[in-house]
Design a protein around this ligand. Structure first.
Ligand code: GAR
Length: 208
């Protein structure tokens, strides 16, 4: 069984999707063993506690800089014996110390079809504001490996979602969560835990 550690900053609906999938037996070969929040008031922490999952908090402002925060996060992940680290709405920047300790063992869910609407500044509702401002007719979600370059690691799964006329950022965000994120994140986690994802020349190959 692989130890899955989930990093969160906010509401934690993606964490909930993972918890629900695990309960349905859909996370094969893995178990969520710890949830680490970057904010003390993250509702995701309640979701973890309600499901008997160990929680920790690592608050960014308790550390002088990104490097010290990243070192503390790396040490926490090593202490938790993480086999897989999942960024599920985790909004705090970590530097290469963490990626280097967990190469191709960290995955992130991003609420757009990478390489569109990603990188620095594209997080949460901002992603959907940018998609609507551009007038795209299709957006979606991407699960990818985390590397030291923001949102640039190998893509694991993507799912497209229709943009409808009259959408607000909030409405589009919710549709993308429901139709894409909450589905492909548990799928990618399960594939990882079954050792079915391989990275070759910077792209992923997924076993059937
Ligand atoms: C989700 O839409 C997630 O994809 C996004 O923040 C939201 C968190 O919701 N993440 C990013 O934008 C990361 N770049 P949640 O806390 O309810 O899972």
């Amino acid at each position: 069984m692989k130890n899955i550690v989930v990093l969160v900053s906010g509401g934690g609906t993606n964490l909930q999707a993972l918890i629900d999938a695990e309960k349905r037996g859909e996370i094969k070969g893995g178990k969520i063993t710890c949830v680490i929040a970057s904010k003390a008031d993250a509702y995701a922490l309640e979701r973890a506690k309600n499901n008997g999952i160990k929680t920790r908090t690592l608050i960014r402002r308790d550390f002088p800089d990104v490097s010290a925060y990243s070192r503390a996060m790396r040490d926490a992940l090593l202490e938790e014996k993480a086999d897989l680290v999942v960024y599920a709405g985790f909004m705090t920047i970590l530097d290469e110390q963490v990626c280097e300790a967990f190469p191709n063992k960290m995955i992130n869910v991003h609420p757009a079809l990478i390489p569109s609407f990603c990188g620095k500044g594209f997080y949460g509702l901002h992603v959907h504001e940018a998609a609507l401002a551009k007038g795209v007719k299709v957006s979606g979600a991407t699960v990818h490996f985390v590397t030291s370059e923001c949102d640039a690691g190998p893509i694991i799964l993507q799912k497209a979602v229709e943009v409808k006329s009259g959408d607000t950022p909030e409405v589009l965000q919710r549709r993308i969560m429901e139709q894409a994120e909450w589905k492909i994140l548990p799928q990618a986690v399960s594939l990882f835990c079954q050792d079915k994802i391989h990275v070759e020349n910077g792209v992923t190959v997924i076993d059937d």
